[in-house]
Design a protein around this ligand. Sequence first.
Ligand SMILES: C[S@@+](CC[C@H](N)C(=O)[O-])C[C@H]1O[C@@H](n2cnc3c(N)ncnc32)[C@H](O)[C@@H]1O
Length: 222
Amino acid sequence: MANQTDSSPELLEYVRSVSLRDDDILRELRRETAELPMGQAMQVMAEEGQLLALLAGLANAGTVVEIGTFTGYSTLCLARALPPSGRVFTCDITGRWPAIGEPYWRRAGVADRIEVRIGNAVETLAELLAELGPESVDMAFIDADKASYRAYYESALELVKPGGLIVLDNMLFFGRVIDPEMRDPDTVAVRELNLFLRNDERVEMSLLAVADGITLVRKRIR
Ligand SMILES: C[S@@+](CC[C@H](N)C(=O)[O-])C[C@H]1O[C@@H](n2cnc3c(N)ncnc32)[C@H](O)[C@@H]1O
């Protein structure tokens, strides 16, 4: 059986040099975000943004729900991957960060595909479920407070169509998942959700050990 190749900084640099498709809008949004406290740690890696766009295309996504907008980098990658009639409903608890992303969405010509919903995402998801209806969404991306991940997952599972895709970020939680000393609510929630997902018969799943751990979940077609 082949093993996971160790990813040295040099190998990651190589991967970036042969696979990252970048442009000024993405670069400038990354640069502006990196100046914020915790900005770089909060934002998805550039490679992950590209992966999200590829996944949205594979899912033939027209409607996407994103939980955790921040400065809207992943939002931008997702919106660009949709047809002009597509929609990204992106949720954040504060409007402060999405306001930074908005000029970049406009420059990229995709601002009209993006609807920002401000509030606690547990409540916003309940509102979206009432508004859009169950099984109406093609893809969900979960990237907000970890303690609520299980609640976000259950709402996302109600929202996505059979065969639809749910992507969960930070499922290795900076390596904390394997540190027994780490018993804070966020780490415990991610650990418990990883175990839960492995046994969840409603879905097919795979945990990718790339970036900070990305779990792909496909809702089974009944
Ligand atoms: C890791 S960042 C999202 C990063 C973003 N996906 C990107 O690539 O730039 C997490 C975001 O979740 C938001 N957040 C935290 N708790 C939340 C909650 N209860 N409801 C909605 N959003 C929340 C934070 O304000 C923050 O902007």
